[in-house]
Ligand binder design. Sequence first.
Ligand code: ADP
Ligand code: MG
Ligand code: MG
Length: 247
Amino acid sequence: MLNIENLSAEVGGKTILNGLSLSINAGEIHAIMGPNGAGKSTLAYTLGGRPGYEVTGGSVRFLGEDLLAKEPHERAAAGLFLGFQYPVEIPGVSNVQFLRSALNAQRVARGQAELSGGDFLRLARAQADALGLAQDMLKRPVNVGFSGGEKKRNEMVQMGIIDPRLAILDETDSGLDIDALRVVGHGINTIMRKPDRAVLLITHYQRLLDYVKPDFVHVLAGGRIVRSGGAELALELEREGYGALAA
Ligand code: ADP
Ligand code: MG
Ligand code: MG
């Protein structure tokens, strides 16, 4: 599904990713862990196509196509979803308006018909129910006044509605209490744990991995993957820290 080969990228004229290679197959959940400043967020932004993140070498193929040749909205339409630590608030735009525009823009880009208001509402209500988001939250402005846990639940509903092929979640677990962690874990498992989906979970800590069991764990240090293993590698990192492993 995703094939990153020898990727190098710079931000602000500084090389941050330095020959990173990683392959993710459909049906797999990968976790990337690593110390602060290792380049984890840079990897997520570079894959998403954020301006200012300049690719200086290597290639990325997503579902058989050149991801780096696509504009950010084309990457989303191709099935890439990025989730971040701090969900944005959008005053004046309701969740339903926002999500319907986002989904329909992607459908049009894929040559599919737009969903009508009624069809979209049915989809949104079903996703809200599945993920435990109160129905009235759908009508409220995006994330405005939501608690940390509600924002996360909302983000999982967004992911469920968009229904991406690959979700890249960057420290989506930071600062969450146990209840919110469960929500995120349940959301990822419900929406993305499928044979034709995949997840790249970027996390500094092991605890989210108690809820979402990764098939592979990678350590990012110095702008590349320095070690890969199974779920047990996350526990080893938790015990021994990054210093010993990344050295
Ligand atoms: P991580 O997510 O692993 O903590 P980041 O990808 O956020 O790491 O950052 C990697 C490195 O890139 C850090 O040294 C950071 O200071 C640097 N960096 C990030 N953004 C910029 C920027 N806009 N300009 C210059 N350096 C940056
Ligand atoms: Mg960081
Ligand atoms: Mg980061």
